[in-house]
Design a protein around this ligand. Structure first.
Ligand SMILES: CCCCCCCC/C=C\CCCCCCCC(=O)SCCNC(=O)CCNC(=O)[C@H](O)C(C)(C)COP(=O)(O)OP(=O)(O)OC[C@H]1O[C@@H](n2cnc3c(N)ncnc32)[C@H](O)[C@@H]1OP(=O)(O)O
Length: 194
């Protein structure tokens, strides 16, 4: 054995993930974290409108119907859009840990073509945590939640503070978020963590 590891492989002293005591109950729909999010927001006409549900442990499931605006090749989903669906599902795991984390690395396998109108059944879970690094995986199946895997991803998300958004986001949107009571509820859900 060479002992070689990649950035997507948790180190030997990584810990199992911990479900936050106030995480949404299994089966509960996790609402959009931001109305203008391309992955989950209701305010983006050509967005993915992903509907995510909390699962057991540190796991979520989601559904995404591929629409005409999501094509790459004729009648088939664009690979970047499918990566977005995986990324967004993985990002929703934040709600189960109540830790804000952003994608550091996302490696995607495209296994089957995904036609327009297909419902992609997504499933994501955290496998391990090491410091600020959150190791996670996701799959997208077609033909039903138990159908064949069409896409899958391994990822490392990196924990950040709310300041990550405040300091880097365009000021107009940050200002709008901070004056929207619904959006402030989202911000507060994450502020309770040290
Ligand atoms: C007031 C407004 C608030 C509104 C918000 C409300 C709440 C929002 C709630 C939830 C939002 C969730 C949204 C999910 C949406 C879906 C997910 C996305 O699409 S996220 C967007 C795409 N991702 C990025 O834009 C990241 C851009 N990158 C960065 O900003 C930095 O590179 C960052 C933060 C990832 C790391 O930078 P560093 O300076 O903080 O940290 P360093 O020291 O470099 O790394 C820390 C550790 O992480 C490892 N690391 C860093 N980058 C890595 C990588 N690419 N792969 C593997 N490991 C990496 C390093 O090796 C280091 O590990 P060692 O502690 O030494 O063991």
């Amino acid at each position: 054995m060479s002992g070689r590891t990649t950035a997507l492989t948790p180190p030997a002293d990584a810990r199992p993930p911990v479900r936050h005591p106030e995480a949404p109950a299994p089966g509960e729909v996790i609402g959009a974290h931001y109305d203008n999010c391309f992955g989950c927001g209701g305010g983006v006409p050509h967005g993915l409108h992903l509907e995510v549900r909390a699962g057991e442990g540190v796991r979520v499931t989601a559904e995404f119907r591929v629409r005409e605006a999501h094509q790459g090749a004729p009648g088939l989903a664009h690979g970047g859009v499918l990566a977005t669906a995986l990324d967004e599902t993985l990002g929703s795991l934040n709600w189960l840990t109540r830790v804000i984390a952003v994608t550091g690395r996302l490696e995607t396998d495209y296994v089957l073509p995904v036609p327009v109108d297909t419902v992609l059944h997504l499933d994501a879970e955290v496998s391990a945590v090491h410091g600020r690094k959150i190791y996670c995986t996701a799959t997208g199946r077609i033909g039903g939640p138990e159908g064949p895997v069409a896409v899958r991803a391994d990822a490392v998300f990196i924990e950040v503070k709310l300041e990550h958004f405040v300091n880097n986001g365009r000021p107009a949107e940050i200002k709008a978020v901070l004056s929207d009571p619904d959006q402030l509820k989202v911000v507060r859900a994450f502020e309770v963590n040290p």
